[in-house]
Design a protein around this ligand. Structure first.
Ligand SMILES: Nc1ncnc2c1ncn2[C@@H]1O[C@H](COP(=O)(O)OP(=O)(O)OP(=O)(O)O)[C@@H](O)[C@H]1O
Length: 265
Protein backbone atom coordinates (compact mmCIF):
# COMPACT_ATOMS: atom_id res chain seq x y z
CA UNK A 1 0.00 0.00 0.00
CA UNK A 2 1.52 3.37 -1.03
CA UNK A 3 2.51 5.69 1.80
CA UNK A 4 0.25 8.80 1.58
CA UNK A 5 3.06 10.91 3.12
CA UNK A 6 5.43 10.21 0.24
CA UNK A 7 2.92 9.90 -2.62
CA UNK A 8 2.81 13.00 -4.84
CA UNK A 9 -0.47 14.93 -4.90
CA UNK A 10 -2.36 13.43 -7.84
CA UNK A 11 -2.95 15.65 -10.86
CA UNK A 12 -6.48 14.23 -11.00
CA UNK A 13 -8.28 12.42 -8.22
CA UNK A 14 -11.88 11.32 -8.68
CA UNK A 15 -13.70 9.58 -5.85
CA UNK A 16 -17.02 7.86 -6.30
CA UNK A 17 -18.05 10.29 -8.99
CA UNK A 18 -21.47 9.98 -10.52
CA UNK A 19 -22.98 12.18 -13.22
CA UNK A 20 -26.66 11.79 -14.03
CA UNK A 21 -27.60 14.40 -16.62
CA UNK A 22 -30.86 16.20 -15.90
CA UNK A 23 -31.13 14.40 -12.59
CA UNK A 24 -31.84 11.13 -14.38
CA UNK A 25 -29.45 8.64 -15.81
CA UNK A 26 -28.84 8.54 -19.52
CA UNK A 27 -29.84 5.38 -21.40
CA UNK A 28 -32.99 4.46 -19.49
CA UNK A 29 -31.92 5.46 -16.00
CA UNK A 30 -28.22 4.70 -16.16
CA UNK A 31 -25.99 7.64 -15.19
CA UNK A 32 -23.38 8.87 -17.67
CA UNK A 33 -20.72 8.19 -15.03
CA UNK A 34 -21.39 5.72 -12.29
CA UNK A 35 -19.18 5.89 -9.20
CA UNK A 36 -15.85 6.53 -10.90
CA UNK A 37 -12.73 6.36 -8.71
CA UNK A 38 -9.49 7.23 -10.47
CA UNK A 39 -6.11 8.73 -9.56
CA UNK A 40 -3.76 10.11 -12.15
CA UNK A 41 -0.26 11.14 -11.06
CA UNK A 42 1.61 14.16 -12.41
CA UNK A 43 3.40 13.31 -15.64
CA UNK A 44 1.19 10.35 -16.58
CA UNK A 45 -0.12 10.10 -20.12
CA UNK A 46 -3.48 8.42 -19.83
CA UNK A 47 -5.77 7.33 -22.64
CA UNK A 48 -9.49 7.09 -22.00
CA UNK A 49 -11.06 4.54 -24.30
CA UNK A 50 -14.41 2.86 -24.59
CA UNK A 51 -17.49 2.57 -26.76
CA UNK A 52 -19.56 5.55 -27.82
CA UNK A 53 -21.57 6.91 -24.90
CA UNK A 54 -19.30 5.28 -22.29
CA UNK A 55 -18.75 8.63 -20.55
CA UNK A 56 -15.31 9.73 -21.81
CA UNK A 57 -16.29 13.33 -22.67
CA UNK A 58 -18.26 13.59 -19.45
CA UNK A 59 -15.18 12.60 -17.46
CA UNK A 60 -13.07 15.22 -19.25
CA UNK A 61 -15.83 17.78 -18.60
CA UNK A 62 -15.69 16.98 -14.89
CA UNK A 63 -11.97 17.75 -14.89
CA UNK A 64 -12.38 21.25 -16.30
CA UNK A 65 -15.56 22.06 -14.41
CA UNK A 66 -17.93 22.18 -17.38
CA UNK A 67 -19.80 19.14 -16.01
CA UNK A 68 -21.01 19.09 -12.40
CA UNK A 69 -21.10 15.75 -10.57
CA UNK A 70 -24.30 14.50 -9.03
CA UNK A 71 -22.28 12.93 -6.23
CA UNK A 72 -18.66 12.18 -5.35
CA UNK A 73 -15.61 14.41 -5.21
CA UNK A 74 -13.00 15.55 -7.69
CA UNK A 75 -9.62 17.19 -7.13
CA UNK A 76 -7.93 18.52 -10.22
CA UNK A 77 -4.49 20.11 -9.71
CA UNK A 78 -5.50 20.48 -6.06
CA UNK A 79 -8.85 22.18 -6.75
CA UNK A 80 -12.36 20.77 -6.68
CA UNK A 81 -13.87 22.31 -9.85
CA UNK A 82 -17.44 21.86 -8.61
CA UNK A 83 -16.75 23.74 -5.37
CA UNK A 84 -14.34 26.38 -6.67
CA UNK A 85 -15.27 30.07 -6.76
CA UNK A 86 -15.48 31.58 -10.23
CA UNK A 87 -12.00 33.07 -9.69
CA UNK A 88 -10.70 29.67 -8.50
CA UNK A 89 -12.22 28.00 -11.55
CA UNK A 90 -10.61 30.59 -13.86
CA UNK A 91 -7.26 29.98 -12.18
CA UNK A 92 -7.68 26.22 -12.57
CA UNK A 93 -8.64 26.52 -16.23
CA UNK A 94 -5.59 28.66 -16.94
CA UNK A 95 -3.53 25.62 -15.86
CA UNK A 96 -5.47 23.24 -18.12
CA UNK A 97 -4.83 23.06 -21.86
CA UNK A 98 -7.57 21.71 -24.12
CA UNK A 99 -7.34 19.99 -27.46
CA UNK A 100 -10.52 18.98 -29.22
CA UNK A 101 -11.65 17.45 -32.46
CA UNK A 102 -13.20 20.88 -33.14
CA UNK A 103 -10.15 23.04 -32.83
CA UNK A 104 -11.70 26.38 -31.87
CA UNK A 105 -9.32 28.21 -34.18
CA UNK A 106 -10.35 31.48 -35.79
CA UNK A 107 -9.99 30.58 -39.47
CA UNK A 108 -9.53 34.04 -41.03
CA UNK A 109 -6.84 35.04 -38.50
CA UNK A 110 -3.17 34.44 -39.10
CA UNK A 111 -1.63 31.44 -37.39
CA UNK A 112 0.39 33.60 -34.96
CA UNK A 113 -2.85 34.97 -33.43
CA UNK A 114 -4.31 31.52 -32.92
CA UNK A 115 -1.11 30.36 -31.25
CA UNK A 116 -1.07 33.47 -29.07
CA UNK A 117 -4.60 32.63 -27.91
CA UNK A 118 -2.75 30.26 -25.57
CA UNK A 119 -1.73 33.35 -23.57
CA UNK A 120 -5.29 34.58 -23.05
CA UNK A 121 -5.57 33.11 -19.54
CA UNK A 122 -2.54 35.14 -18.40
CA UNK A 123 -2.71 38.24 -20.62
CA UNK A 124 -5.13 41.00 -19.66
CA UNK A 125 -7.76 42.14 -22.15
CA UNK A 126 -5.69 45.12 -23.39
CA UNK A 127 -2.62 43.05 -24.02
CA UNK A 128 -4.74 40.57 -25.98
CA UNK A 129 -6.26 43.39 -28.06
CA UNK A 130 -2.84 44.98 -28.67
CA UNK A 131 -1.52 41.65 -29.85
CA UNK A 132 -4.31 41.41 -32.40
CA UNK A 133 -3.11 44.67 -33.96
CA UNK A 134 0.59 43.82 -33.76
CA UNK A 135 1.38 40.29 -32.55
CA UNK A 136 3.33 40.04 -29.29
CA UNK A 137 5.76 37.27 -28.27
CA UNK A 138 6.21 36.30 -31.91
CA UNK A 139 9.46 34.41 -31.28
CA UNK A 140 7.72 32.23 -28.73
CA UNK A 141 4.88 31.49 -31.18
CA UNK A 142 7.42 30.68 -33.91
CA UNK A 143 9.31 28.39 -31.53
CA UNK A 144 6.12 26.54 -30.61
CA UNK A 145 5.24 26.10 -34.28
CA UNK A 146 8.75 24.82 -34.99
CA UNK A 147 8.34 22.20 -32.31
CA UNK A 148 5.18 20.88 -33.95
CA UNK A 149 6.84 20.99 -37.37
CA UNK A 150 5.17 23.98 -39.09
CA UNK A 151 7.43 26.95 -38.30
CA UNK A 152 6.98 28.36 -41.79
CA UNK A 153 3.24 28.92 -41.36
CA UNK A 154 3.42 31.69 -38.74
CA UNK A 155 1.88 34.41 -40.92
CA UNK A 156 -0.49 32.31 -43.01
CA UNK A 157 -4.24 32.50 -42.74
CA UNK A 158 -5.22 29.62 -40.48
CA UNK A 159 -8.08 28.38 -42.65
CA UNK A 160 -5.67 27.91 -45.59
CA UNK A 161 -3.90 25.10 -43.71
CA UNK A 162 -4.81 21.43 -43.94
CA UNK A 163 -6.71 19.70 -41.12
CA UNK A 164 -3.52 18.10 -39.78
CA UNK A 165 -1.67 21.43 -39.89
CA UNK A 166 -4.53 23.14 -38.07
CA UNK A 167 -4.36 20.44 -35.41
CA UNK A 168 -0.65 21.32 -35.02
CA UNK A 169 -1.59 25.00 -34.58
CA UNK A 170 -3.90 23.92 -31.77
CA UNK A 171 -0.99 22.01 -30.18
CA UNK A 172 1.30 25.05 -30.51
CA UNK A 173 -1.39 27.09 -28.73
CA UNK A 174 -1.22 24.62 -25.85
CA UNK A 175 2.60 24.82 -25.83
CA UNK A 176 2.57 28.60 -25.33
CA UNK A 177 -0.13 28.26 -22.67
CA UNK A 178 2.27 25.92 -20.82
CA UNK A 179 -0.41 24.12 -18.77
CA UNK A 180 0.07 21.53 -16.02
CA UNK A 181 -2.70 19.31 -17.37
CA UNK A 182 -3.81 18.71 -20.96
CA UNK A 183 -7.30 17.39 -21.63
CA UNK A 184 -7.80 16.17 -25.17
CA UNK A 185 -11.22 15.00 -26.32
CA UNK A 186 -11.03 12.91 -29.48
CA UNK A 187 -8.20 15.09 -30.80
CA UNK A 188 -7.48 13.07 -33.95
CA UNK A 189 -10.79 11.57 -34.97
CA UNK A 190 -11.10 13.79 -38.05
CA UNK A 191 -7.62 12.91 -39.36
CA UNK A 192 -6.51 10.05 -41.58
CA UNK A 193 -4.57 7.26 -39.80
CA UNK A 194 -1.10 8.60 -40.73
CA UNK A 195 -1.88 12.17 -39.64
CA UNK A 196 -3.61 10.88 -36.50
CA UNK A 197 -0.49 8.93 -35.56
CA UNK A 198 1.74 11.98 -36.17
CA UNK A 199 -0.45 14.29 -34.12
CA UNK A 200 -0.68 11.77 -31.27
CA UNK A 201 3.12 11.51 -31.37
CA UNK A 202 3.35 15.28 -30.95
CA UNK A 203 0.68 15.39 -28.27
CA UNK A 204 2.29 12.66 -26.17
CA UNK A 205 5.87 13.50 -27.15
CA UNK A 206 6.45 17.25 -27.52
CA UNK A 207 3.79 18.27 -25.03
CA UNK A 208 5.00 15.99 -22.27
CA UNK A 209 8.74 16.34 -23.01
CA UNK A 210 8.25 20.08 -22.75
CA UNK A 211 7.51 19.64 -19.09
CA UNK A 212 7.95 16.15 -17.61
CA UNK A 213 5.35 16.58 -14.88
CA UNK A 214 2.70 17.74 -17.31
CA UNK A 215 -0.20 15.32 -17.24
CA UNK A 216 -2.14 14.24 -20.30
CA UNK A 217 -5.64 12.79 -20.34
CA UNK A 218 -6.84 12.00 -23.84
CA UNK A 219 -10.04 10.31 -24.99
CA UNK A 220 -9.64 8.16 -28.07
CA UNK A 221 -11.77 5.89 -30.21
CA UNK A 222 -8.69 4.25 -31.67
CA UNK A 223 -7.45 1.66 -29.18
CA UNK A 224 -4.17 1.09 -31.06
CA UNK A 225 -3.27 4.77 -30.86
CA UNK A 226 -3.96 4.68 -27.12
CA UNK A 227 -1.67 1.72 -26.54
CA UNK A 228 1.04 3.06 -28.84
CA UNK A 229 1.28 6.58 -27.45
CA UNK A 230 0.10 6.57 -23.83
CA UNK A 231 1.54 5.09 -20.61
CA UNK A 232 -1.76 3.92 -19.20
CA UNK A 233 -5.09 2.91 -20.67
CA UNK A 234 -8.35 3.44 -18.77
CA UNK A 235 -11.38 1.80 -20.35
CA UNK A 236 -14.87 3.07 -19.64
CA UNK A 237 -18.02 1.19 -20.34
CA UNK A 238 -21.51 2.33 -19.40
CA UNK A 239 -20.05 4.96 -17.10
CA UNK A 240 -17.76 2.61 -15.19
CA UNK A 241 -14.03 1.91 -15.23
CA UNK A 242 -13.70 -1.63 -16.53
CA UNK A 243 -10.04 -1.55 -17.54
CA UNK A 244 -7.09 0.28 -16.01
CA UNK A 245 -3.70 -1.03 -17.11
CA UNK A 246 -0.24 0.13 -18.11
CA UNK A 247 -0.31 0.33 -21.91
CA UNK A 248 2.37 -2.36 -22.10
CA UNK A 249 0.06 -4.83 -20.30
CA UNK A 250 -3.01 -4.35 -22.47
CA UNK A 251 -3.75 -7.52 -24.38
CA UNK A 252 -6.31 -8.66 -26.91
CA UNK A 253 -8.54 -10.11 -24.18
CA UNK A 254 -8.75 -6.76 -22.35
CA UNK A 255 -9.61 -5.04 -25.60
CA UNK A 256 -12.35 -7.54 -26.45
CA UNK A 257 -13.87 -7.29 -22.98
CA UNK A 258 -14.14 -3.53 -23.33
CA UNK A 259 -15.84 -3.59 -26.71
CA UNK A 260 -18.01 -6.68 -26.48
CA UNK A 261 -21.61 -5.97 -27.47
CA UNK A 262 -23.86 -4.48 -24.78
CA UNK A 263 -26.35 -7.31 -25.42
CA UNK A 264 -23.75 -9.92 -24.53
CA UNK A 265 -23.50 -8.58 -20.98
N1 LIG B 1 -25.37 17.31 -22.05
C1 LIG B 1 -25.91 16.10 -21.94
N2 LIG B 1 -27.20 15.96 -21.57
C2 LIG B 1 -27.76 14.74 -21.44
N3 LIG B 1 -27.09 13.57 -21.67
C3 LIG B 1 -25.82 13.66 -22.05
C4 LIG B 1 -25.16 14.92 -22.20
N4 LIG B 1 -23.88 14.68 -22.58
C5 LIG B 1 -23.74 13.34 -22.66
N5 LIG B 1 -24.91 12.72 -22.34
C6 LIG B 1 -25.14 11.28 -22.28
O1 LIG B 1 -24.21 10.75 -21.35
C7 LIG B 1 -23.66 9.52 -21.81
C8 LIG B 1 -22.14 9.62 -21.91
O2 LIG B 1 -21.84 10.55 -22.95
P1 LIG B 1 -20.35 10.99 -23.30
O3 LIG B 1 -20.45 12.00 -24.39
O4 LIG B 1 -19.65 11.37 -22.06
O5 LIG B 1 -19.75 9.62 -23.84
P2 LIG B 1 -18.47 9.38 -24.76
O6 LIG B 1 -17.85 8.13 -24.26
O7 LIG B 1 -17.62 10.61 -24.80
O8 LIG B 1 -19.13 9.13 -26.17
P3 LIG B 1 -18.50 9.38 -27.63
O9 LIG B 1 -17.34 8.44 -27.75
O10 LIG B 1 -19.62 9.00 -28.55
O11 LIG B 1 -18.12 10.82 -27.72
C9 LIG B 1 -24.33 9.24 -23.15
O12 LIG B 1 -25.42 8.38 -22.92
C10 LIG B 1 -24.82 10.60 -23.61
O13 LIG B 1 -25.97 10.48 -24.39
Amino acid sequence: MPDPRTEPTPAVSLQGLTVAYGGHGAHGGRPALDGITLRIQPGERVALVGPSGAGKSTLLGLCNGTVTPTSGRAQVLGTDPARASSRGLRALRSRIGSVHQHLNLVGPLRVVHNVNAGHLGSWGRWRALRSLVRPLQVDEARGALARVGIAGHLHQRTDRLSGGEQQRVALARVLVQDPDLVLADEPVSSLDPTRADEVMGLLCGVLSRDRPRRTLLVSLHDFDLAVRHCDRVVGLRQGRVVLDLPAADVDQQARERLYELESER
